[in-house]
Design a protein around this ligand. Structure first.
Ligand SMILES: C[S@@+](CC[C@H](N)C(=O)[O-])C[C@H]1O[C@@H](n2cnc3c(N)ncnc32)[C@H](O)[C@@H]1O
Length: 251
């Protein structure tokens, strides 16, 4: 019996690979990891129709606290665990993988596109990105400055920074919200890293036909409506002239 970890890609039900689809057709239980990302232009119903199978939504609690259910099923049956984007990109499902290994469950990984590679559309060299960072929604008493520090560190090494934005069941962080929080951090700091005239890139819905990429000053991008989720931000590092030409397309 096999546990298939399958990347779904970024946009709609048709982004799955032929290998991924064939594996699903061969599975008795299909879990869809639902809390770290979302497919932009499709629905559970459309996925179920394409697969010809019922999907079990795996929220954070199911995956983190009740993963025994998934693994127990995988000892007796073929199980598919679907992840939007790629399987181990950005958010890792290493815990599930290791626990499956402990139980001697056969595992097969079927890859797909991730936000980590789709940002290539912007035109900044993927090799020249530093550490990726995530911006969580600020709450009272919880206003981490890590994204700011990561941007600072990457910039000092001439590297680009990809800032992934928080996803909650009822809201998805926008470019506007992320910029506002980074400016709030900036106000508390003495160094000048994320200032209103810093040139950055805002992206929305990469991998879909209605994607948006904008390059401009922080204050300009804050006033730009990026539309529906998902959004992310990029803070460029040192630019090669070809990268400058590419960014020029998004001004
Ligand atoms: C945890 S990451 C996604 C990980 C996923 N497994 C992958 O490989 O892409 C989720 C965050 O990435 C960003 N993101 C994901 N897909 C995106 C897209 N198509 N366009 C813009 N940003 C995206 C958003 O900031 C979102 O909140």
């Amino acid at each position: 019996m096999t546990l298939y970890l399958i990347g779904l890609g970024l946009n709609d039900e048709k982004d799955i690979t032929i290998k991924g689809l064939e594996a699903i057709k061969n599975c008795d239980y299909i879990y869809l990891e639902s809390y770290t990302s979302l497919l932009l232009n499709t629905s559970i119903e459309k996925l179920e129709k394409l697969y010809g199978k019922k999907i079990i939504i795996a929220d954070r609690e199911l995956v983190e606290k009740k993963s025994d259910e998934i693994l127990d099923n995988a000892t007796q049956n073929n199980v598919a665990f679907l992840v939007v984007g790629d399987v181990f990109s950005a958010t890792t499902h290493t815990d599930l993988f290791l626990r499956a290994k402990e139980k001697n469950i056969d595992i097969k990984i079927i890859h797909n596109t991730s936000i980590l590679t789709a940002v290539g559309d912007v035109g900044l060299e993927l090799y020249k990105y530093g550490k990726t960072t995530s911006m969580p929604y600020f709450e009272k008493g919880f206003e981490p400055e890590t994204p700011y520090d990561v941007i600072k560190q990457n910039k000092s090494n001439g590297l680009h920074t990809l800032v992934l934005l928080d996803i909650k069941p009822d809201r998805k962080m926008t470019v506007y919200e992320a910029i506002s929080q980074l400016l709030q951090i900036q106000e508390k700091r003495t160094e000048k890293i994320f200032t209103s005239d810093l040139m950055i890139v805002g992206c929305a819905r990469l991998g879909s036909d209605n994607f948006t990429i904008k390059y401009g000053k922080v204050q300009e991008l804050q006033n730009n409506d990026f539309g529906k989720p998902l959004h992310c931000l990029i803070v460029p590092g040192k630019l090669h002239f070809m990268e400058e030409d590419m960014l020029g397309l998004w001004k």
